[in-house]
Design a protein. Structure first.
Length: 266
């Protein structure tokens, strides 16, 4: 099996640089925010963080391709870094501390590119999570001060905690009835949103989560962290990995039931 630890170390260095840039502008009164063509916000901090990460990657891994939310794809080849400079921009611009930089490395393989390294860094929460293929998933302040992640062993929906982002996307896709039926079966629901539910699935504090519409940069890093923690990460179509335009993550024991409810009336 390839050794991805050098790439993981680099991803931490990139996350450190991004954390410094994004934290510096968090809650800044003069923060500039624009609306993109898809009607989602982008701040100057999003752009600055992605430019910073791209610059370091071009120096450290000049042969690797880069895909980022703000500046698209650059380069070709069997290795591709995937970046979301600020996942949770709407939170960021309103001063809500639930946002993170997502950095993943994907490699070409059977079924297309698959994530092999992932780092999710949420400096306003004081949290970071990471994983590398075959290495496991961890959380902590650094590579040397870390706790291994492990999904929960909850096996009954009536005991399960289910997290989501919002209701509107489920309604737009015609999946709201199944979604609501699921919420009635589980022990607890919370709308934490964005990257955070996936990290809580990985660390075992939430048992399953799902979102109806996502981009690759929203999922590449979270997917490898969930799976290396022993969980399942698929699209709503049950396809493994971050390629379906939506996501369902769980401890694995509840995955079939999760997908069943979200697809039951679709």
């Amino acid at each position: 099996m390839p050794d991805y630890l050098d790439d993981l170390r680099l991803a931490h260095v990139l996350a450190d640089a991004a954390d410094a840039a994004t934290t510096d502008r968090f809650k800044a009164l003069d923060l500039k925010v624009e609306t993109k063509p898809d009607m989602t916000p982008v701040s100057e901090a999003d752009k600055a963080a992605e430019e910073l990460i791209r610059g370091q990657l071009q120096r450290a891994r000049p042969r690797d391709a880069i895909l980022g939310e703000e500046y698209g794809v650059e380069g070709t080849g069997p290795r591709r870094w995937v970046i979301d400079p600020i996942d949770g921009t709407k939170n960021y611009v309103r001063g809500v501390p639930v946002w993170a930089t997502l950095i993943a490395l994907m490699e070409a393989g059977e079924g297309g590119f698959q994530p092999v390294v992932g780092v999710v860094s949420a400096p306003a929460l004081g949290r970071r999570w990471w994983a590398a293929k075959g290495y496991g998933a961890f959380t902590g302040r650094s590579l040397t001060k870390a706790t291994r992640l492990q999904v929960s062993r909850v096996s009954k929906l009536s005991d399960a905690s289910f997290a989501y982002s919002s209701l509107s996307g489920w309604e737009e896709q015609g999946r709201l009835d199944g979604f609501l039926d699921l919420t009635r079966e589980v022990w607890r629901t919370r709308a934490y949103g964005d990257f955070w539910p996936y990290m809580m699935v990985a660390e075992g504090s939430v048992d399953m989560c799902a979102e109806p519409e996502l981009s690759l940069w929203d999922m590449a890093a979270t997917a490898i962290i969930v799976t290396e923690a022993g969980g399942s990460f698929t699209g709503l179509d049950a396809r493994p990995g971050p390629h379906s335009g939506n996501a369902a993550a769980s401890n694995g024991l509840l995955h079939d039931e999760l997908l069943g409810f979200l697809n039951q009336r679709y």
